[in-house]
Design a protein around this ligand. Structure first.
Ligand SMILES: [Zn+2]
Length: 536
């Protein structure tokens, strides 16, 4: 028997065989049963979700000689002709290659003749958004005064490119991407039917890479079967499709959680050795961490994530290993890293450095807890419990500036509040995350938020009205205060600690507990990661 690709072999021939799209199938079925067929339909949605298939079944149902309810028999002469693409009355036109006004005129001329043997003439125009403006205009006249017993079915992946005048004359249906579960079920059925042995993980991997398109998933399945034969071994899918599988992602995150820098770098080497794209892998990691956050915060993560039960279990376990703050931090760093990797000729090095930095996030379980530990130990006048930098090496902000600018206790804001404000702002305006990495909070009180921006260029960007509003809105949401925004650049003394004796003396006078805390290497790094200033 001739080999047929799965997508064709398994194309649904009846409404009942359709996967997903139930509301659309029901509405079309009702139109037939109630004899209320519109003269123009528009099916929109991403590729491989059943638009053309539905159009063909609908054309069969309109013309079937042996209709059962709204279901075509798929056996009568009309059904067979339509299925084989031989019907004179049901025509499929590719909008991408017949997009000129001449083609549309031809079509419209033909429409004047009544159907040769069928009840309805059906024109299925695929990729209709590719028609030229003039072609649409020619079509519009026909849609305004449609000849009897003619049905147009337009299909498009880009509804936004269809003129409003056409849309308003069509019944529009939006096809949803298929869910992971629906695709897995279908792939599983195909494998069982064709006697292909395949493990669950491989099935899920293929479904995931189909990105909601049944046709794409089925093509990938064909590709894998062509390579492996009737027995698909675990891991084969990854190597055939050139992807890094879910299992590898899980391992990677486990290593991040365990702070296993060496293991991470080994795994990067492994991935690079197999010729897989590290930038894509980084993107997958970003998505994975997003899923971890969702599992952590969402009430019904299974509804949001479209992941398998076993994946959800792993996500659930991993997400509890770290604070949401830490996941958020990883997300931000990796998302930025992916962008940097795309631009850099040293993308692998960029990735590795980011990973090493991320592995370091691990010790800072909770910045507030850490600071309070230090404060307590200071209060009991014991030695600092954490390794601190030697005083000679202090190069953090000039203590004088801190003393001068840090507000008194009543005005102080905790680093976690500032983190919260930053997150709030970045959530509303994602590009802001980058700006905020170069901002230090100097002061936040009832009337003013004062930020020190590390460079004049970024300061200028932040000074734009919309950005100022974004900062105010962030403070408003988190602290319930309406404040003015004050921006400053680091003063010269901040950048270059003075060697002048007098200045040194003055500096030492202003030296206090706060500065000691600020000196601690760990705190400094935490400040850098979470972007705060010491206020207590
Ligand atoms: Zn039939």
């Amino acid at each position: 028997m001739e080999f047929q690709v799965s997508a064709r072999k398994w194309r649904p021939q009846k409404f009942a065989q359709m996967i997903g799209q139930e509301p659309i199938v029901r509405t079309l079925g009702n139109a037939i049963e109630l004899d209320r067929v519109s003269h123009a339909y528009l099916f929109s949605g991403t590729r491989g979700v059943g638009k053309t298939t539905t159009a063909r079944i609908f054309a069969k149902a309109l013309n079937c000689q042996n209709l059962q309810g709204s279901e075509p028999c798929d056996e009568c002469a009309h059904c067979l002709e339509i299925r084989q693409g031989n019907s004179l009355d049901v025509q499929e036109i590719d909008g991408a290659s017949n997009n000129g006004v001449a083609e549309v005129r031809d079509l419209i001329e033909n429409i004047q003749y009544s159907a040769s043997s069928c009840k309805f003439r059906v024109y299925i125009i695929d990729e209709v958004h590719m028609l030229s403006k003039n072609a649409f205009n020619a079509l519009l006249k026909t849609l305004e005064e449609p000849p009897p017993k003619v049905v147009f079915i337009f299909a498009t992946t880009e509804q936004n490119k269809i003129p409003e005048t056409i849309l308003s004359r069509c019944q529009c249906f939006e096809f949803k991407p298929l869910t992971h579960k629906q695709i897995v079920q279908q792939l599983d059925q195909i494998c069982k039917h064709d006697g292909i042995e395949m493990d669950r993980r491989s099935l899920e991997e293929i479904a995931k890479n189909g990105s909601g398109s049944m046709r794409d998933a089925q093509s990938l399945l064909d590709q894998v079967i062509a390579f492996c034969g009737s027995k698909v071994t675990p891991g084969a899918v990854e190597s055939v499709l050139g992807i890094v599988g879910q299992g590898a992602l899980e391992n990677f995150i486990d290593r991040l959680i365990a702070n296993d820098s060496a293991g991470l770098i080994d795994q990067v080497q492994e991935i690079a050795n197999t010729g897989k794209d590290l930038t894509l892998f980084c993107r997958d990691l970003v998505e994975y961490i997003r899923n971890l956050m969702m599992v952590r915060v969402a009430k019904n993560p299974e509804k949001i994530l479209d992941a398998s039960t076993s994946d959800l279990k792993v996500l659930g376990r991993q997400s509890r290993e770290m604070d949401p703050d830490q996941w958020h931090q990883m997300f931000t760093v990796l998302a930025r890293t992916e962008t940097e990797m795309k631009r850099s000729s040293l993308s692998r090095a960029v990735f590795e450095m980011a990973l090493l930095r991320l592995a370091d996030v691990r010790p800072f379980k909770n910045i507030d807890a850490l600071i309070s530990v230090i404060n307590e130990s200071e209060a009991s006048e014991s030695e600092p419990p954490l390794p601190v930098a030697t005083p000679e090496k202090k190069s953090f902000a000039n203590p004088e500036t801190i003393t001068a600018k840090v507000p008194d206790e009543s005005q102080a804001v905790s680093p976690s509040k500032w983190s919260e404000i930053k997150r709030e702002i970045s959530d509303k305006k994602s590009y802001f995350a980058h700006y905020l990495t170069v901002c230090d909070l100097v002061e936040l009180n009832d009337s003013v938020i004062h930020l020190r921006v590390s460079d004049p260029y970024t300061k200028e960007l932040i000074e734009k009205e919309e950005n100022i509003s974004a900062i105010r809105a962030g403070v408003q949401t988190v602290c319930k205060r309406d404040v003015k925004v004050q921006l400053s650049l680091p003063s010269a003394s901040d950048e270059k600690p003075s060697t002048d004796n007098k200045a040194e003396k003055k500096t030492l006078t202003g030296y206090n507990k706060k500065d000691k805390i600020a000196e601690s290497e760990i705190i400094q790094e935490a400040l850098e990661i979470f972007g705060g200033v010491v206020t207590r």
